[in-house]
Write a protein of this length. Structure first.
Length: 196
């Protein structure tokens, strides 16, 4: 036995602009009227407008920071193994800035992801179940590591409970990465507006 449904109610996809770059989409039938929906959207979203405005101010970085971050940093991944939280960004410099990064956003994401996968489980302890390797079997306990390439540099530091992976542009001197990474980790973990 087959059942066929005939839908004779027209659906509307309505998009309302709440603030710049923030829209709400609504799928509804033929009623209520557009005028009534506009009033309801305003009434419903009004309590959240201040929150949306504050979130919009930190986009695309996605977090507020009271201290400045070194301009050589293109992105980072900060993990807290106790709280199982992370903070990550590859958008420290706005895309329309004059100090435009040499690597695209997509490239920065892929490089940071690849660096994380290369280091976790081989040098740093992994919190992921069924990790392939166990760094405790090594004859030493690594707490810091780095790589350099023609286009970028990466530095990782393990300072329990944190694991911090940083992507740098190629302009930073290799000897400076350790100090900048430690300073940035300290800034991020001590900033009261960031809860990680």
């Amino acid at each position: 036995m087959s059942v066929a449904f005939i839908i004779d109610v027209p659906y509307r996809l309505l998009i309302f602009n709440l603030i710049k770059d923030v829209e709400v989409c609504l799928l509804c039938g033929s009623s209520p009227t557009l005028g009534k929906l506009e009033k309801e959207i305003t009434r419903f979203w009004k309590p959240a407008l201040d929150t949306l405005k504050s979130v919009r101010q930190v986009f695309p970085r996605n977090f507020q920071i009271t201290s400045s971050i070194d301009p050589n940093i293109l992105g980072f991944l900060l993990l807290n193994n106790e709280t199982h939280r992370c903070l990550s960004t590859v958008s420290l410099v706005p895309e329309d800035s004059q100090d435009k990064p040499t690597l695209s956003r997509k490239e920065r994401i892929e490089i940071l992801r690849s660096f994380y996968h290369q280091i976790i489980g081989s040098f740093f302890a992994s919190t992921v179940d069924q990790s392939n390797t166990d760094p405790s079997k090594l004859s030493h306990s690594a707490t810091e590591t780095y790589i350099t390439t023609d286009t970028h540099k990466c530095y990782a530091i393990q300072s329990l409970p944190y694991q911090f992976f940083v992507l740098y542009n190629n302009d930073i001197p290799t000897y400076a990465m350790r100090n900048v990474t430690q300073k940035t980790l300290s800034i991020l973990t001590k900033d009261k507006s960031i809860q990680i």
